[in-house]
Design a protein around this ligand. Sequence first.
Ligand code: SF4
Ligand code: SF4
Length: 474
Amino acid sequence: MTGLDSPGGSQPASAPRDVLGDPVPTGGPAAGGPATGGPAFDGHHPPAPELVADCVHCGFCLPTCPTYVLWGEEMDSPRGRIHLMKQGIDGEPLSDSMVEHFDRCLGCMSCVTACPSGVRYDRLIESTRQQVERRHRRSPRDRALRAAIFALFPYPRRLRLLRGPLRAYQGTGLRSLVTRSGLLPRLAPTLAALDSLAPRLRRPPRPPSRVPARGARRARVGMLTGCVQRAFFPDVNAATARILAAEGCEVVILPDRQGCCGALSVHNGREVEAQRFARRLIDAFADEELDYFVVNAAGCGSTLKEYGDLLRDDPRYAERAAAFAGRVRDLSEVLVELGPAARRHPLPVTVAYHDACHLAHAQGVRAQPRDLLRGIPGLELREIADPEICCGSAGIYNVLNPGPAAELGDRKARTVLATGADLLVTANPGCLMQVAASVARAGGDIALAHTAQVLDASLRGAPAESLLQGRAPS
Ligand code: SF4
Ligand code: SF4
């Protein structure tokens, strides 16, 4: 039986269910329903008081927090949000205002990097979000939007089916019609940006199940195909598999078995749904002996590395999840760990590298992508100012909070364009879309590519022009 066959894992069939039919944990007095004046948090993994107590209120994190940078409000800073968590732990109810401040957090983890006291804000906000999803009743509009997002984004096949209608949406007067519907305009610009950036393929090619290593095998690796990446950026997955093979890795993909890794669900407090996706992915690769499990999307990688934590309460999966997580690497980490074997051909192009938050802050991977790019002869690498500030993508943040996301995107577009680079490179599909849309709004012109596509072009000896064709949608 797969995790999908059994949505709640070990939850009983009679457990309360959320809007998509998933059981919710039954850990506290108000679990499964809205808090009605009771304490903010139930007993199922509330934000840990000892982690809250690590914050010494020094404020070093404030200038790196995008929402504090935007509004200058204490309660929209990491320190302010930790203070609200403390209030909740002390028995305050979960007010609408508290939830609003938690919701405004991008989960970018810039504060984790900046904090000199090692405060694990990542763990704090994750448990807080789970409590909010269980105990706070959102407005009907918000619930409908979230239900639509989570019925669509974690399912690559459903995303793929949307490509035809999206082109119609972009190319005809349909856009003005749907504007009146209220919900779709929030989703459609993001989806339309996806489709603008995706290669014009009628049907994305099905990834192969296995790709043999070229030359002597140095490692055997699994590879995540992802949801958005698979449906809209199949070229990035193809480039990833080619690079790994060229560097001596046998690549195990098993596209028919793997689905969403659960990252979007984790980042939005949907614990049971995330656990269901995680169990399914672990099962999909259970029979394979792998040295590494390679991920080319920053948000997915950070979640996969935390599978041990996500499934820690599940006696059937806890050990397997921790072992699986221990093998997870970002593509750049694996390639740097293995060292270069294949020949790099010159690629005369100027590149601005954008740190995806879930790669730089959540995984601490900053040097490896830069090392890979610097290893390409003829490539000039330029740094973007204020690299620690999020571009506003943050998973589905730009759909749920389009205003602040656009402001952050505009700031990022200015700093990206100021580099004067020909090509913006990053390791996350969400960032690619967000920066593309922001650059287009600013009237700028820069090509966009994933790190894998740049290295792949160098290994294949492809001309720089092949990368410069992927431009921001106008
Ligand atoms: S995760 Fe990002 S947005 Fe949230 S508090 Fe930390 S720095 Fe601010
Ligand atoms: S989270 Fe860290 S940097 Fe921010 S106020 Fe607390 S101790 Fe200081």
